[in-house]
Design a protein around this ligand. Structure first.
Ligand code: HEM
Length: 89
């Protein structure tokens, strides 16, 4: 019980670090690569666990209601790319 606040503080510090590191990486990634990674990260790393947000081919064990449907539309991908571009200085 006495340890819990310290554990929570430690977890919070680690999460803040991970998020800020991710934002720094995204800010350094060229727009075309961000778009490709979201459309189909397997093009850059065939072993990736990052889900393809647009391509629907070559998937395994997709739940029936989601089969053949992209996670995002082309327009939504562009919206995310545009938002991520605002994180650059
Ligand atoms: C819209 C959401 C996302 C964006 C914009 C995004 C963006 C990126 C970027 C830019 C990289 C390259 C990092 C580098 O160059 O060091 C990356 C790598 C990676 N992402 Fe994502 N990501 C997203 C969602 C996800 C999700 C949901 C997962 C996991 C479930 C994930 C897992 C990974 C992994 C494991 C890598 C390391 C490289 C690899 O194994 O392919 N990402 N992502």
């Amino acid at each position: 019980m006495g340890l819990q606040p310290y554990v929570m503080a430690l977890i919070t510090i680690v999460l803040i670090r991970v998020v800020s590191k991710s934002v720094q990486t995204i800010a350094k990634t060229p727009e075309g690569e961000l778009r490709l990674r979201m459309v189909d990260a397997r093009k850059l790393n065939p072993q990736t666990i990052m889900p393809p947000y647009f391509v629907v081919d070559g998937m395994n064990r997709v739940a029936p209601p989601f089969r053949g449907k992209p996670i995002l539309t082309a327009e939504q991908i562009e919206d995310v790319v545009a938002f991520l571009a605002t994180l650059r200085d």
